[in-house]
Each structure stands twice: as C-alpha cells, then as structure tokens.
Design a protein around this ligand. Structure first.
Ligand code: NAP
Length: 296
C-alpha cells in the first residue's frame, strides 16, 4: 500500500476494540482500487469522543466507522444526521465533507440489501417479528418500517425495553401496526406462525456458546418464512438449523456486516469494493478469531 502526503485517513472508533475485520477488508479494496486512503482502528475512550473527533477533523480525515459504545454518543458532535440514522438513534459511519461531519447508519442499509439481494425478500406489505430490543434491533426495526413492512412485532426478554422501542417507532410510523410482545411461548407462538420474516437480533447461539436452545421454539417456524440470525459465527446457528429443519429459508448476518462496510466505503470514496473478495477474506478471518468480534 502506497502512503504519501496525500493519503487520507479512514478508520474505526470504539472502546474497547475487540477483533475487527474492517481494517483488513477496507485496506484490501483501497489498494485494489488504487485509492489513496488508509483505514486504521482507534480505541477511543468514551470521555474523549469530542477530542477524538476534533483531532481527526484537524487531520482532515475522510471518514470513520463508529462502533460500541459510541454509536449514539457521537451524534451531538455531528453537523448533519441522515434521517434514518436519526430515527435509529445511532450512527455507525461518519463522512467528513469539508469539515462538515455527516452521520449515517449503514447497518440499516446493509440489513436491507441482505434481505433483498440474498433473501430475494420484498419488504413492502410483509409481516415481521424482530427478537431483541438492543442496538441491532433498532437498525433492523427502523429500516423495515421505512421500507413499508405492514406489521412489526418486537419480542424481547425484557418486555419493558421492547415497549419503549415500539412507542418510539409508533410516533414515526403511524400507519404501521407495531407491537411489543413478551418472550413467552404462549404469547409469541400464534404470532410467529403468521410472520413472513423473523429476525433474531440477540447474541444467543454466538460462538463460543453455540450449543444452546434457539431463542424461540423451533416448532413455531415453518416453510415459506425467512429466518435471519444476525450472528454469523458460527455460520449456521441453532436457530437457523431449527428453521431449516422446519423448511424455512435462512440467512446469517455475515452479508449485513459486509454490505454495511461496502456502503460506508462508497460514501467515503464513491467506489464499490467487490463483495466476493470481502466475503472470502471475512470468512477466513472470522473463523480464526472466534470470539470478541466487533461489528464494523
Ligand atoms: P445489545 O444492544 O446488547 O442487545 C442485545 C439484545 O439481545 C437485548 O434485547 C437482550 O435482551 C437480548 N438478549 C441477550 N441475551 C439474551 C438471551 N440469553 N435470551 C434472550 N434475549 C437475549 O446487542 P446488539 O448490539 O443489538 O447486538 C446483538 C447481536 O447482533 C449480537 O450477537 C451481535 O453480534 C449481532 N450484530 C450483528 C451485526 C451484523 O452486521 N451482522 C451487526 C450488529 C449486531 P434484554 O433487553 O432482555 O437484555
């Protein structure tokens, strides 16, 4: 990789930083496409966000990915916020456009592209259940509403968290039926049967604790449904196995991770990395680093 006085900075901020495949993927494509940028990783302490962003801006960085715990904390320091990122309440990509910091959420775009391109799933008019009410659930729920889902149910272990999330979305999307559902089989079983799409946004089944009961009972799933687990290590979780045995279509979250990165790369450079290159690099690298993966 050529580094000279014109090289622009890209990177990732988070704290603490677990293993991340982003430097590998981005630097690979920057070099392949002959783009004069370098992608670095910065462990930025939560108390230093403002200083960190000011420092990067002074150094004329072009863009950064933002990961836990900074995804919502960076928002007050941005000049512009993409409307979808605003509804999600989280930013995972910042673009520095002539010292104006713009915030985006490419997790949402990555999830949508995965459903459409890999799952051949048309969101508009469909019914979906999202399991979990954390950070990933916010991006998934908002992009589903934004793309015309007709009914959306949030099933979460802590019911109050689901209710809170649902109340926020109901304000934005008045014409969509959005409800919180307790994580008890008697409550969710009749509902799951009617769903076109089920998305597990919990870490249940993630390496190294792979041999666990799926987060929802397998017999509630059936053919004709798309079941997505945002976990991608292992490539097939117990939920995906259960869904496949019931005849449902399944996807893991690897392509969401890749597509969110591709979307960020496009925002920064205007060019698009080859997703097959990234899939190959990521698959090899994730297996070697089974735990502590950062989703950027
Ligand atoms: P988070 O903010 O901590 O939220 C986790 C959610 O999972 C919470 O709603 C939590 O319920 C629920 N949960 C945790 N353990 C559970 C259990 N044993 N049984 C039932 N529910 C449980 O985490 P996050 O950032 O949303 O990430 C969630 C998962 O998505 C992680 O596995 C992460 O690896 C994955 N992810 C993937 C991508 C991708 O690109 N593929 C991107 C982001 C995240 P409570 O509210 O009751 O605590």
């Amino acid at each position: 990789m050529k580094i000279d006085i014109n090289t622009k900075i890209l990177g990732l901020i988070g704290y603490p930083l677990g293993h991340s495949i982003s430097p590998l993927l981005h630097n690979y494509s920057l070099e392949k496409l002959d783009l004069n940028y370098v992608y670095l990783a910065f462990a930025l302490e939560p108390d230093s966000i403002q200083k960190g962003l000011e420092g990067l801006t002074a150094l004329n960085f072009r863009g950064i990915n933002v990961t836990i715990p900074h995804k919502n904390r960076v928002i007050p320091y941005l000049d512009e916020l993409d409307p979808l990122a605003q509804k999600i309440g989280a930013v995972n990509t910042i673009v520095n456009d002539n010292n104006k910091l713009q915030g985006y959420n490419t997790d949402a775009a990555g999830f949508k592209r995965m459903l459409e391109d890999d799952g051949n799933f048309i969101i508009s008019g469909k019914k979906a259940a999202v399991i979990g009410a954390g950070g990933a659930s916010r991006a998934v729920g908002v992009v589903l509403c934004h793309s015309g889902i007709s009914e959306l149910y949030v099933i979460n272990r802590t019911y109050d968290k689901a209710r809170k999330l649902v109340r926020t979305w109901q304000q934005f999307y008045e014409n969509i039926k959005i409800e919180a559902v307790p994580m008890e089989i008697a409550e969710y079983q009749p509902l799951i049967k009617k769903m076109d799409l089920i998305v597990d946004t919990t870490p249940v089944g993630m390496s190294p604790e792979t041999d666990v009961e799926p987060v929802i009972a397998a017999h509630t799933l059936h053919a004709g449904q798309l079941v997505v687990d945002l976990v991608y290590n292992p490539p097939e979780t117990t939920l995906m196995k259960a869904a496949r045995s019931q005849g449902a279509q399944t996807l893991n979250g690897l392509d969401m991770l890749l597509y969110q990165g591709i979307e960020a790369f496009k925002l920064w450079t205007g060019q698009e990395p080859d997703v097959d290159d990234w899939r190959e690099l990521a698959s090899a690298n994730i297996q070697e680093n089974a735990i502590n993966e950062t989703h950027n």
